[in-house]
Design a protein around this ligand. Structure first.
Ligand SMILES: C=CC1=C(C)c2cc3[nH]c(cc4nc(cc5[nH]c(cc1n2)c(C)c5CCC(=O)O)C(CCC(=O)O)=C4C)c(C)c3C=C
Ligand SMILES: [Fe+2]
Length: 387
């Protein structure tokens, strides 16, 4: 391999409590996270939601030590991948580009430009593709590439998702097997896959392949695990008033308790690092729900972090991507057509004149309602827990 760089993409998280508000502002400013009919609404709404959500979010980060471990773990993964590639004889520079917090993707790109690479492998640290995660990072890269001729000359490969790789499935199965084997009766445990949710409309209207990839991933892990345990897939971390993918984790836990399940082994599957949604949401909130519902034993499988099988698999993936034909930029940051579906079209609202009119009216009404809610502290967004 020549001078190859690997760009690891991730979401980012606040390092300390003061970072929570600007981190949330960046997150809610992203149209791939909150989709609005008019772009001019995005920033005021992001400001408003982030201002009102900060306290609740800070309390959660406080419970896990005052900040997200995501940056530290992602840096550890980057260094472990670099070391594994070096052992295999490849001098590869691995960069970390976060979407909403330090180290930002823009900084990673500035650094890799200075390093004069021959080829770049773009590797999201999300096993499954979603418009809201890898898709959002690809959109940002698209923008940066479109603005920069030096980047346009760089050969690159994009890996859209990798949930079905045997190395990854083996690493996940290994972690689950270890957790099961610590129990007195491993066969009786119910394996509970908790995936990060997305609004249902992402899948049904915008063609997000996320749900399909999550389902295939879960089946792949169970086949690799090759045990007789019963299992369930549910979706966690719902934000806001709209419907998200179902069943919701909290409901599924309560249903299993009603069916008499006494031991749950929870497996987080949408991310590869410990972060607030494993350490606080699963370990604290869902544990409490399970206990209150009568589930006596609640165990959680750790995230992959720097699991050696996982890092070896990432190294294989980089080697394979380096051998794959390079792409030249044509205005869109897409992978080769054959690999995986990646929605190229932005999800547009208001496709017809009358819909435009209604979108406009609804947007204005919504904005006024939000202003009223901001001033009074009462309203539907407080009621459903978004603010
Ligand atoms: C509001 C919509 C959100 C969508 C859609 C969403 C999708 C999504 N997110 C992850 C992974 C992570 N999310 C994290 C934080 C986070 N995400 C949202 C909202 C949406 N996520 C919020 C409001 C937050 C902030 C935390 C909070 O206030 O609850 C993180 C970082 C966690 C950390 O340790 O800091 C990750 C990682 C996935 C995989 C996903 C869709 C597939
Ligand atoms: Fe999220």
């Amino acid at each position: 391999m020549g001078r190859v760089g690997v760009l690891l993409l991730n979401l980012g998280g606040p390092d300390k409590l003061e970072d929570v508000r600007p981190f949330l502002y960046n997150l809610f400013s992203d149209p791939e996270i909150i989709r609005l009919p008019f772009s001019w609404l995005q920033k005021p709404l992001a400001w408003m939601i982030s201002s009102l959500r900060t306290q609740k979010s800070q309390e959660n980060y406080q419970q896990i030590g005052g900040g997200s471990p995501l940056r530290r773990i992602t840096e550890e993964q980057a260094r472990a991948l670099e070391a594994t590639l070096k052992q295999r004889g490849h001098e590869t520079q691995v960069y970390v580009g976060m979407r909403y917090w330090n180290p930002f993707t823009e900084e990673a790109i500035a650094q890799l430009k200075r390093d004069q690479l021959e080829k770049l492998v773009i590797l999201p640290l999300y096993p499954q593709f979603s418009i809201s995660t890898s898709g959002s990072s690809f959109r940002l890269l698209e923008k940066l590439w479109n603005e920069d001729e030096q980047l346009q000359k760089l050969d690159y490969t994009v890996i859209p998702s990798w949930y079905d790789r045997p190395g990854y499935l083996n690493a996940m199965a290994d972690l689950i097997a270890r957790e099961l084997d610590r129990l007195p009766n491993p066969d009786d445990a119910h394996i509970f896959f908790s995936a990060h949710g997305v609004p249902r409309s992402y899948v049904e209207e915008a063609g997000d392949p996320y749900q399909e990839e999550i389902e295939k991933c879960t089946e792949g892990i169970m086949q690799t695990l090759n045990r007789s345990n019963q299992y369930t897939l549910a979706y966690q971390s719902r934000v806001g008033p709209v419907e998200w993918l179902q069943p919701y984790t909290e409901d599924a836990i309560e249903n299993l308790a009603e069916e008499g399940v006494g031991t749950l082994v929870v497996v987080p599957i949408s991310f590869v690092s410990e972060h607030i949604e494993t350490l606080q949401e699963i370990d604290m909130e869902y544990r409490e729900i399970a206990q209150e519902a009568g589930i006596e034993h609640f165990h959680r499988v750790p995230a992959l972090n720097t699991h050696p099988m996982f890092i070896e698999d990432l190294a294989d993936l980089v080697e394979e991507a380096t051998k794959a034909p390079s792409l030249s930029f044509d205005g869109v940051m897409h992978p080769p057509k054959k690999t995986k579906f990646y929605p190229q079209e932005r999800w547009e609202w208001g496709l017809t004149a009358s819909a435009e009119t209604w979108n406009g009216r609804l947007a204005m009404l919504g904005f006024l309602a939000l202003m009223a809610e901001l001033i009074t502290g009462y309203g539907p967004l407080h009621f459903v827990g978004l603010l």
